[in-house]
Design a protein around this ligand. Structure first.
Ligand code: PLP
Length: 446
């Protein structure tokens, strides 16, 4: 038999490794439904023209999240992000200029892809409070209000990524007030926060005033990888709900995975019946684990209740090195970089997972380390529109030869795909320093 992908997955699934990473089901038996892998046959409905079972399931999920409408995505939040921006683009009043979006820099690469495809102009926000990492922004409502004042014209949307990869959460309620006051729609990338709706204190973006938001259900809920929700708020601008499916179909496959849709469907049923109490137990156990790690001297950061983000660099060890040590204890983190290790928990983590983690971290020495070393992304020097630069012929050069050139295809950190240099921006010495820090040694330039 030669099926290397399957063989890897099978070996991994039998290894006994504790999964502190996505997907939320943690590899435990929950659905078990190979025979149910269908296509759009009669009775199975059509994802982009849903009027039967898919429409029914989506409506049930919309009700759960308090949304006017919810769309299922079988291609993750990546598809939802492009769709949300296309909806806002199509429904804006004045089409005489390119769409203008205000966004902090910690966007996922899907946002940049949408800018390329839809020819969006971005007004980047550089928050007053210095961020800790490439994938975190610390953006506040004041930062957004200031950005609105600074913009040369009224923005067509504000776009926020929250929670971010490290587990920091933006104040969506306050940001939403600023947006509503200015008549600008608010779009939230809530890829990491589907579960926020089901906490004792519901802090989901749909509850706090976002017009559009996406949840990567697969990241924190028991769904197959690729399953995501796109929610449209009851207060969203006119036309959003009506054109949403059409906009999603522009970017999506015509063969949506039924297994993923079924897992979203079953997940929705679980969200309605039992998930909240399981989540409450998980939140409590994660808090206890965090306390135990803190008592050992490990510094943790972030506000999310289902993320354990260890500020490894500040504890005398690089995040990447700590990740390798955890692997030797048969623990796989979600993410590591020079400064941090991110571990994600869900109700599908077992007590053994937590005790294994606590044991490993009790044996790994902690010391007073250095302060976080991240160099803030400097303000962009925009030399060309994102779309024009991304679609122009480009060549690849070593980063040391790129200074002064225009960035061709956007360069992101390998994971979690947050841009360091965006298409059309000048490659400055400061940007080149950050690229090297994240292990990027060649770039595309015009
Ligand atoms: C903040 C953020 N947004 C969007 C995405 C894309 O989500 P998906 O993998 O569901 O397409 C990711 C993926 O890691 C992410 O971290």
């Amino acid at each position: 038999m030669s099926a290397p992908i399957y063989e890897f997955a099978k070996t991994y699934s039998q290894s006994g490794i504790s999964r502190f990473h996505m997907p939320g089901h943690k590899g435990r038996h929950f659905h078990g439904m190979e025979a149910l892998d269908l296509t759009e046959i009669r009775g199975a409905d059509y994802l982009f023209e849903a009027s039967g079972v898919i429409a029914e399931s989506e409506a049930q999920t919309a009700k759960l999240f308090g949304a006017q409408k919810t769309l299922y995505s079988t291609e993750g939040s990546s598809l939802c992000i492009k769709t949300m921006l296309a909806i806002a683009d199509r429904c804006r009043a004045d089409h005489s200029k390119r769409m203008l979006v205000i966004a902090p820099r910690n966007v996922h690469k899907a946002f940049i892809n949408a800018c390329i495809l839809l020819d969006i102009e971005v007004c980047w926000v550089y928050p007053a409070v210095r961020s800790r990492s490439l994938c975190s922004s610390g953006v506040t409502a004041d930062d957004i209000a200031r950005a609105m004042e600074k913009c040369t014209r009224k923005a067509d949307a504000v776009y926020i990524t929250s929670p971010d990869y490290l587990g920091f959460i933006a104040d969506i309620r306050e940001i939403s007030k600023v947006c509503k006051g200015a008549g600008v729609p608010l779009i939230v990338d809530d890829a990491h926060g589907a579960y926020l709706k089901f906490l004792e204190n519901d802090t989901h973006p749909m509850t706090l005033g976002a017009d559009l938001c996406c949840d990567s259900a697969h990241k924190t809920l028991p769904c197959y990888t690729g399953g995501a929700f796109l929610h449209i708020s009851k207060d969203a601008p006119a036309g959003y709900a009506e054109c949403a499916k059409l906009m999603m179909s522009l970017f999506a496959s015509t063969s949506p995975s039924y297994l993923i849709m079924e897992s979203l469907d079953l997940c929705s049923d679980y969200l309605l019946n039992g998930y909240s109490s399981d989540l409450a137990v998980c939140v409590k156990r994660t808090a206890l684990c965090k306390k135990r790690l803190n008592d050992m001297g490990w510094k943790t950061v972030g506000e999310e209740k289902c993320k354990l983000t260890v500020a490894a660099g500040e504890c005398g060890i690089s995040g990447d090195e700590l990740g390798d040590k955890l692997r030797s204890y048969s623990i796989e983190p979600e993410y590591t970089d020079p400064d941090f290790v991110v571990l994600m928990t869900t109700p599908f983590n077992s007590e053994e997972d937590y005790t294994k983690l606590e044991h490993a971290l009790s044996e790994i020495p902690v010391s007073g380390g250095r302060a976080a070393e991240f160099d803030e992304i400097p303000s962009a020097v925009v030399r060309m529109p994102i779309r024009q630069a991304a679609l122009s012929p480009a060549r690849t050069v070593p980063v040391d030869e790129a200074e002064g050139c225009i960035c061709g295809m956007t360069v992101t950190s390998c994971q979690p795909s947050v841009p360091i240099a965006v298409s059309g921006e000048e490659m400055t010495a400061d940007i080149i320093k950050i690229l090297k820090r994240y292990g990027v040694f060649s770039v595309s330039v015009l």
